[in-house]
Design a protein around this ligand. Structure first.
Ligand SMILES: [Zn+2]
Ligand SMILES: [Zn+2]
Length: 266
């Protein structure tokens, strides 16, 4: 996980309440949610993603696929395509719904970048990964997608940003066994989930639905991401998530998903 925070991060740098000032004093920072899978598949390249990788001593030079959920700036800063074009023409495939691809195209200079416009219900194959786009319940400018990503070692659900499962998700996940669920839980104990986000209550319901559907089992690792200052203090949040059978991890935490890996990418 490159970042695990909401768009404003947690702490929100402008917040004067203990939910944020206590974390500022403790030096605990959650930046915008982004992930790097096997060092080749970058998911949701928000503005902070390149530096998140740098601070974790991880080069992005090996990235060949970029998967984008929606066009909100915490999930996509397309300028990375220009910065990359200054140093390499190695092939790169960028996948996202139409507003994402439209936003990206103007930033490409030179050869090497391929765009794939995807919509909920469609699959795309990216090297060793089969990716299925699912509908997100989220108010974006145009379509927002979630992704089920089946790789050589594990199947991962990228579940941000979204509120309670949109119609069709259950059917599109039928028969899928998830090793890792990365599901947003933006709003903590706040009742207002305006815009299409989870709070702790709706997160718990969404997790139990995955279990009812047979998509998540005892060995499924469920990690809450996109966390904001509306959440309880970290030590309480970890206990609340434990009660749901989930956890949260700090920014920069490596997560090993699935079975024993035959080869580690170092
Ligand atoms: Zn977001
Ligand atoms: Zn969003």
């Amino acid at each position: 996980m490159l970042g695990t925070g909401s768009s404003d991060g947690w702490p929100n740098p402008w917040c004067a309440k203990p939910c944020c000032t206590a974390l500022v004093e403790a030096g605990i920072v959650r930046t915008q949610t982004s992930a790097l899978i096997d060092r080749v598949l970058l998911v949701d390249p928000g503005a902070e993603a390149p530096r998140q990788a740098m601070r974790q001593n991880i080069s992005l030079a090996g990235v060949r696929y970029v998967l984008v959920s929606h066009v909100h700036p915490d999930h996509l800063d397309p300028a990375f395509l220009m910065y990359r074009s200054w140093v390499t023409t190695e092939p790169l495939t960028v996948v996202g719904p139409k507003p994402v691809i439209d936003a990206c195209k103007q930033w490409v200079q030179g050869p090497g970048v391929e765009f794939v416009t995807i919509t909920a219900g469609r699959d795309v194959v990216l090297g060793p990964y089969r990716v299925r786009a699912l509908p997100a319940a989220h108010e974006a400018h145009g379509e927002a997608c979630l992704y089920a990503i089946a790789g050589p070692d594990a199947t991962v659900l990228w579940g941000t940003d979204t509120g309670p499962w949109a119609p069709g998700v259950r059917q599109m996940l039928a028969g899928t066994t998830l090793d890792l669920v990365l599901l947003e839980e933006t709003f903590g104990d706040t009742a207002d989930t305006t815009g299409g986000h989870h709070n702790l209550a709706t997160f718990a319901t969404a997790v139990s639905q995955l279990r009812e559907w047979g998509c998540a089992g005892p060995s499924t690792d469920i990690v809450a991401i996109h966390l904001s200052h509306h959440n309880p203090p970290p030590e309480h949040l970890y206990l609340r998530l434990r009660d749901i059978g989930a956890r949260a991890v700090p920014d920069g935490t490596p997560i090993v998903a699935g079975g024993v890996r035959t080869s580690l990418i170092l």
